[in-house]
Design a protein around this ligand. Sequence first.
Ligand SMILES: [Mn+2]
Length: 157
Amino acid sequence: MRALIISDSHGDTKRFEKAISATMPDVIIHLGDIERDVEYLEAVHPEIPLYAVLGNNDPWVRREAEKVIELEGVKIFMTHGHLYGVWDEGARIAKRAEETGCTVALFGHSHVSVDKIYDNVHVFNPGSISRPRMGEYSVGVMEIEKGEVKFALCDWL
Ligand SMILES: [Mn+2]
């Protein structure tokens, strides 16, 4: 199964369609600083299951700040990142993920991509689809097959 991982769209959905048509995801994960963009996804792609957490710029979005989901038996910790600090390449988030029994941790907020393995936790940040701080506009793709998880950064948006 394939998940499209989006973060920090900040009200700018103009690269969503390219990301979705290029990756054909089974699910979409949004890691916060959503503004109105979850409403867009729910309206235009109601057939694709959506998991989202709120960001520091989402006071009116009715979502949790962190969430544990399970996809094909893999437990995944999702959080925007502002509650943990994000400039340690996800080290604290990896710790929290391990405490919650997860082997994958996803975060955003920094607008800088991260793909790193800490002991038993694979941490991934897709960067920002609307306001990259380093590099290009980007999203992530997470492939899960027979319990094995692989990430790719897609920065050709
Ligand atoms: Mn943020």
